[in-house]
Design a protein around this ligand. Structure first.
Ligand code: GRF
Length: 206
């Protein structure tokens, strides 16, 4: 059976790339990581990919100062590796219109809070968890959504709730959400790869 070819974009750590790659090695996974594109040559995610012999491309403002050419280089890299679906997993840049036109709606992003709350411009990294703690919400968790030309606004595909504890810090909450991401992202990609329909409701894809 043909495997779904997934292209992953990363900027730094790459723990979601790792979770996805490990899941892809299961005999019944039906998907493979076809390529990893990173905008940061020193990203741990790129090092992980190289270590596991996944094709890697570094495409950034350094390699391609012009944003339109950069967008085209990303599009071409993904097309060359015959990518079916794109996952932005901790990719800190906005995808360009050429890449979006080529792959949408087959582009997923993972966000570390329950969208539509705590999303959009300025909500990234620890700021998201800080905002959740400041809000007094008692649940948080990752969201997977389709990517369009705005930040965090595409259709929500799946969310997974985790509790927020009264004594949580940004770090403890971030760690709990991150662990949930490592469950949710592979589960969603497995589901896409097996041709099942995507569910909107929290946790129903698991
Ligand atoms: C994750 O928390 C994800 O939700 C956000 O960026 C982080 C990436 O983490 N978009 P990692 O690089 O996969 O470890």
């Amino acid at each position: 059976m043909t495997e779904l070819r997934v292209g992953v974009l990363v900027s730094h750590n790459g723990s979601n790339l790792r979770a996805l790659h490990e899941a892809s090695l299961a005999h019944d996974a039906r998907f493979t990581i076809a390529a990893v594109v990173g905008n940061n040559e020193g990203a741990l995610g790129l090092a992980y990919a190289r270590e596991h012999r996944i094709p890697v491309r570094h495409i950034s403002g350094t390699t391609h100062p012009d944003s339109d050419r950069r967008d085209e280089a990303i599009r071409v890299a993904l097309v060359e590796h015959r990518v079916d679906w794109v996952v932005t997993a901790g990719y800190m840049k906005k995808l360009g219109p050429r890449t979006i036109r080529e792959f949408a709606p087959r582009i997923l992003n993972i966000h570390p809070a329950l969208l539509p709350k705590f999303g959009g411009t300025g909500f990234f990294g620890d700021r998201v968890h800080r905002a959740v703690l400041d809000s007094g919400d008692t649940v948080s968790g990752p969201t997977i959504h389709l990517v369009d030309e705005e930040y965090d606004s595409g259709r929500i595909i799946a969310r997974l709730e985790v509790p927020v504890h009264a004594d949580d810090t940004v770090d403890t909450l971030a760690a709990r959400v991150r662990a949930a991401e490592h469950t949710l992202l592979p589960a969603v990609v497995r589901q896409i790869a097996s041709g099942q329909r995507l569910y909107l409701d929290i946790g129903r894809c698991l």
